[in-house]
Design a protein around this ligand. Structure first.
Ligand code: NAD
Length: 236
């Protein structure tokens, strides 16, 4: 049976592009992080085995930048949608700018920089804010802590939950993602046939079926879309 659409529900799927105007680099843009670091050296389980110090340094640096960044008008507009809609933000980002902008239901599929977790027991997750993780920092069971980040080759977090939300949303807004990192990128194809579906990005790299695509900066485009949706209100 097809999923029941909920016109009062908005799902916003975001990627690195939404945080670009907050000063955080995207991965794949011209100035993307991966031009300076090799994925293999810092963002895979193998890298952690080989050189945990380098991996920790890389994420300590990124955490420092992320906590110093501020939410921009796109993050804030998305948070404001909660005044009228049931909103779920599903983000590939590891920063916490959605939360700091005021969004209350944020699902992180690629992990969070402000958390650390045990290498022995993945259920042991700790809030660390802007603090570094260093070699020798251990969990309650005495094992080394690692970044609470989904590395390439690892299973993404909250996948089923995210798909359930996308399938039932009356409106789906995709912002600032190249839709190249799977399986997160594949989730957009789960949107309901009758949902209003919009993709906003600086470069439109993928045009998922049924999506209206708009090219530009998130800080300019997101507030415009949100204003329109707020004026229209939630359909019944
Ligand atoms: P990506 O770098 O592959 O794609 C970024 C997209 O955003 C591109 O399509 C680009 O055209 C667009 N973009 C750039 N500036 C923009 C702007 N000002 N407004 C609107 N769009 C803009 O990033 P991705 O698709 O999120 O996927 C790659 C991985 O990057 C993810 O796994 C994610 O975890 C990770 N990442 C997260 C952060 C963060 O947390 N802030 C930063 C870098 C990378």
């Amino acid at each position: 049976m097809p999923d029941q659409i909920d016109h009062n529900k908005v799902v916003v799927l975001t990627g690195a592009g939404i945080s670009a105007e907050s000063g955080l680099q995207t991965f794949r843009d011209m100035n993307g992080l991966w031009n300076a670091y090799s994925i293999d050296e810092v963002a895979t389980p193998d890298a952690w085995e080989r050189n945990p110090r380098l991996v920790l340094e890389f994420y300590n640096e990124r955490r420092k930048k992320a906590v110093a960044a501020l939410p921009n008008d796109a993050h804030k507009a998305i948070a404001a949608l909660e005044e009228k809609y049931e909103v779920r933000v599903i983000t590939q980002n590891v920063d916490d700018l959605h939360e700091r902008a005021g969004s209350t239901k944020v699902i992180h599929v690629h992990g969070e920089l402000v958390k650390a977790r045990s290498t022995a027991d993945p259920s042991l997750v700790y809030e660390i804010g802007g603090k570094e993780i260093n070699l020798g920092d251990v969990c309650d069971k005495g094992s080394q802590l690692r970044p609470h980040i989904v590395w390439f080759g690892e299973e993404i977090h909250n996948h089923e939950l995210s798909i359930d939300h996308i399938r039932t949303a009356g409106k789906v807004l995709v912002v600032g993602t190249s839709l190249t990192v799977y399986p997160a990128a594949g989730m957009v194809t789960e949107a309901h046939q009758q949902a209003e579906k919009i993709l906003l990005s600086l470069d439109i790299e993928q045009r998922p079926y049924g999506f209206h695509c708009m090219q530009g900066k998130a800080v300019d485009l997101v507030p415009t879309i949100v204003r329109r949706w707020m004026e229209a209100g939630a359909a019944t």
